[in-house]
Design a protein around this ligand. Structure first.
Ligand code: SAM
Length: 542
């Protein structure tokens, strides 16, 4: 398929986007939000259908497909450079549950089935009004009655002080020559010089100045796709909620999860403002209090139900909760914008003790003898607020329990069973990017740093012998330098590099590897010693 530029609806198509895994798109995260609001989510235990509109290079689609073998995943994108890449990855990984279509939203194939989940990330704000209508039509025709839509978009008021940045970038890019990446780089250089000179618009709008600083560090493919599209729009959330309501789809929650609680978006002194309001007004108020610039919204045709704790637990019985960080303790404090919130004392102190390192379904927590002193409603509320404040994480299945201690791990040689993960680890260089691996336990992606990916690749292929030397050699081959944390000095001497590599391996064995085992991304296969490593000199790299 070739793209007629006039037919691209003003969307940038001359340069590719860039790959990225987005955890909020996992069915488990979507189901958790809906079920916590009393909306019965699609069941996934006997298989499900998932459609991503505008899937780009498919990093999320492929990771989720590898992690959810019972799911059937379809990606749609009209840029062949994206869909051809996905086709190659599907073939190379032997993924049998992914189908990718090179198609325009305006001309979709007729044989699409109905879906439990339809997601679109980075699409709704960036395509023309006509294409938005096509997208809404696809949703209406292809969402199952119990299905959930996830849509992301730029929104107000967060964008209000940032609009000058987009205007300037578009203006200078329109005067430059070359492809969109070349033009946006040239435009960004001009805008960055203006920001450096602290001209009044950037002096008066510090958020706009910060945005320019971030963009200078960003991949220009992202900047081109984010800023140069002709029909780019920042919506009021009420417009989007009303648009979906007209199609019979009501708001079914949002991500990140804390944004479902007005108390974590607005300061407590405004409590009175939030009582007795309709949902759309509450969402609008939350956006203004938090100065929101980007939203992840869910929509569903299902009504909100008032569940007992037991009904809530049964509605998504395969979701599991665990303490998010090792050695978590109270008080646990988080700041979201203008709001600082903390957890201290019961029931969270008891929950930390009861939950330990294991994962728990809601039903298990409601039955836990250690939590019997608390009313079931209080336990459910404590789980919700714990997730909202990042004390607990939610996953699509139980992790392996108990955690293997680092010292107990190194008695076997390891394997990485999923071919998707093995392929993700095989990298030509150390690309300064996270690598998202698929977990068949949590049914989601698990990002690790690129150096840790190199270590795991080396371990899986050649065991642990001289692992630090092999890491150092890979760094040298890739032309990557480590730097000393304290001084920023590049480490050039090989012996020093090996020493630093040993420390990185130590960190990997202590923290990264046990989590990979818990998530069944790595399994132990035989009795070859893996060796033990300890961290001493902290290093960073360029
Ligand atoms: C900003 S990218 C987001 C990609 C991916 N969802 C992600 O977040 O990494 C938007 C994607 O939508 C695709 N797209 C834009 N207009 C489209 C259309 N009319 N039909 C099909 N795909 C389209 C683009 O090719 C691009 O890959």
């Amino acid at each position: 398929m070739t793209i007629d530029p006039d037919a691209s609806g003003g969307y940038v198509t001359d340069v590719a986007y860039l790959p990225g895994y987005y955890p909020f798109m996992a069915p488990s995260r979507i189901r958790h939000v809906a079920s916590s609001l009393g909306i019965r989510p699609p069941a996934t235990d006997k298989g499900f259908d998932y459609l991503e509109l505008g899937c780009g290079f498919g990093a999320t689609l492929l990771t989720l497909a590898a992690a959810n073998p019972l799911g059937r995943f379809t990606g749609v994108d009209f840029m062949p450079v994206h869909t051809d890449h996905i086709d190659r990855e599907v073939a190379a990984c032997g993924l049998e549950n992914v189908r990718v279509l090179c198609a325009d939203f305006a001309a979709m194939p007729a044989d699409l089935p109905q879906f439990d989940f339809i997601t679109l990330h980075g699409v709704f704000s960036w395509v023309s009004p006509a294409l938005r209508e096509h997208v809404l039509g696809i949703i209406q025709r292809h969402l199952k009655p119990d299905g959930i839509v996830e849509v992301t978009y730029n929104c107000m008021p967060g964008w209000s002080s940032l609009l000058p940045v987009r205007s300037l970038l578009r203006h200078f890019a329109s005067r430059a020559t070359g492809d969109s990446v070349t033009r946006v780089k040239e435009a960004l250089a001009t805008v960055a010089a203006m920001r450096k000179a602290d001209i009044p618009v950037f002096h008066d709008q510090p958020l706009a100045a910060q945005l320019v600083d971030r963009l200078v560090q960003s991949d220009p493919h992202y900047v081109a796709h984010e800023y140069l599209n002709e029909h780019w729009t920042a919506f009021e959330s009420a417009e989007v909620l009303d648009t979906f309501a007209l199609r019979g789809l009501a708001h079914a929650g949002r991500l990140p999860y804390h944004q479902n609680h007005w108390q974590l978006c607005a300061n407590h002194q405004f409590a009175g403002q939030f009582t007795g309001l309709d949902l759309t007004t509450i969402e609008t108020l939350k956006d203004f209090h938090a100065n929101t610039m980007f939203r992840w919204d869910l929509f569903s045709a299902r009504p909100r139900e008032a569940w007992t704790p037991g009904e809530r637990a049964a509605a998504a019985a395969d979701l599991f909760f665990r303490v998010a960080l090792p050695n978590a303790s109270l008080p646990h404090t988080v700041t979201y914008g203008a709001v600082t919130a903390g957890l201290v004392g019961p029931p969270h102190d008891r929950m930390l003790a009861v939950m330990g390192d294991s994962s728990w379904s809601l039903a298990m927590l409601l039955d836990a003898p250690g939590l019997a002193a608390f009313a079931p409603e209080a336990v459910v509320e404590a789980v919700d607020i714990g997730v909202a404040l990042g004390l607990f994480r939610v996953e699509g299945g139980p992790i392996i329990d108990p955690i293997p201690a680092a010292e107990q791990l190194p008695t076997g040689s390891l394997s990485v069973p999923l071919s998707f993960n093995r392929r993700a680890l095989v990298r030509d260089d150390v690309a300064n990017e996270q690598v998202s691996l698929a977990s068949p336990r949590t049914k989601a992606g698990h990002p690790i740093g690129d150096l840790h990916a190199v270590i795991l690749d080396e371990l899986a292929r050649g065991g642990s012998d001289a692992i630090e030397l092999r890491l150092a050699d890979r760094l040298i081959a890739a032309g990557k330098h480590l730097r000393e944390h304290a001084t920023g000095r590049p480490i050039e001497d090989r012996a020093e590099l090996v020493h630093a590599s040993r420390d990185i391996c130590g960190g990997f064995f202590q923290t990264v590897l046990p989590e990979l085992v818990r998530q069944e991304i790595v399994v132990w296969t035989s009795d070859h010693p893996v060796g033990s490593h300890t961290a001493s000199m902290p290093v960073s790299r360029e």
